[in-house]
Write a protein that binds this ligand. Structure first.
Ligand code: GUN
Length: 298
């Protein structure tokens, strides 16, 4: 069996970001302003600071205005909601992202509920979850939409394919299953209580692993030729030759390479797609706010 094709998420995301940059420039010429994304970070979580910094830089590179709001961990709910209200009303702001997790004591659901659904470029608001569920136009969470783009790019039509999504989070598993269903795949959502998970995964033409458990999906769970999308980013404990610890996905990559038809690597697979789709959702929001048709092919 030949080795699996490595799905180049980084390369796809770079191409998408270049198309977004061109479309953002065209938008600015027509609308007289750049698309704008407000990112709100509360507290000093180290990983969140890295993500927020990366999002800001990606905006600038794509010609999208970035409005960063870094608030101390002691910020109260009322103060945060006042900021969100201000951003909801700000005509320069097309998208609002509140970086999660929030410090303890702040109610994430209440904060997300305060965001104008038409600026909710994360797609986390219940209105957008509902729109996705019933097939209305809204915003779809960035990671699953990025996974769908990679699948469509690699496989084309997904009609009739058996897809198994491992993980049922609101941010990845549930919207991923919905997107695959809408693409006419036959979808199973597996989770921690699924009986005989290896046997369920063996049915799948498409496996999307989003559980956050390092290398949980083994090579012999995978149907020969299947397409594997690995959403997991797990850092293993440090070793002598890897003092920072190695990054691995939810799939045992080396094992899966010998069985799968195609697989996303970690890092360099799904990860880079998330920010690219965030820029895409912001660009789409800007077009909707300006009463313009969103550009095609993005
Ligand atoms: N924290 C980790 N990933 C994400 C994301 O995609 N959006 C937000 N808002 N917070 C996150």
């Amino acid at each position: 069996m030949p080795e699996a094709v490595r799905i180049d998420g980084k390369g796809f995301a770079d191409g998408l970001r270049a198309r977004i940059a061109a479309a953002a420039e065209a938008f600015a010429l027509h609308a007289g302003r750049r698309p704008g994304l407000a990112v709100v970070l509360v507290g000093e979580d180290a990983a969140s600071q890295v993500y927020v910094g990366a999002k800001g830089r990606a905006c600038i590179e794509a010609g999208i205005a970035s409005f960063e709001h870094r608030l101390p961990a002691t910020t109260g709910a009322a103060e945060l909601l006042v900021l969100i209200e201000r951003l909801n009303r700000d005509p320069e702001v097309d998208g609002i992202l509140v970086q999660l997790p929030l410090p303890e004591g702040l109610d994430e659901q209440a904060v997300i509920a305060a965001i104008d659904p038409d600026k909710d470029v994360d797609g986390f608001h219940v209105i957008n979850a509902g729109r996705l569920s019933v097939g209305q136009e809204g915003f779809v969470p960035c990671t699953p939409l990025g996974c769908l783009m990679l699948l469509r790019d690699h496989l084309g039509d997904l009609s009739g394919l058996e897809a198994v999504v491992i993980g049922r989070s609101n941010i990845v598993g549930k919207p991923m299953a919905q997107l695959l269903t809408d693409a006419n795949a036959t979808v199973t959502i597996a989770h921690s209580r699924t009986r005989d998970l290896p046997e369920v995964v063996r049915r799948a033409d498409i496996v999307v692993a989003a559980v956050g458990r390092p290398e949980m999906v083994r090579g012999d769970w995978i149907k020969p030729g299947a397409t594997v999308i690995d959403v997991g980013i797990n850092r293993l404990p440090p070793t002598e030759d890897r003092p920072k610890g190695r990054l691995v996905g939810d799939v045992a990559y080396a094992e899966a390479l010998g069985v799968a038809g195609a697989i996303t690597p970690v890092p360099g697979g799904v990860g880079p797609m998330t920010i690219a789709v965030l820029l895409r959702n912001t660009l789409v929001a800007a077009h909707r706010h300006a009463g313009m048709d969103a550009p095609s092919g993005i």
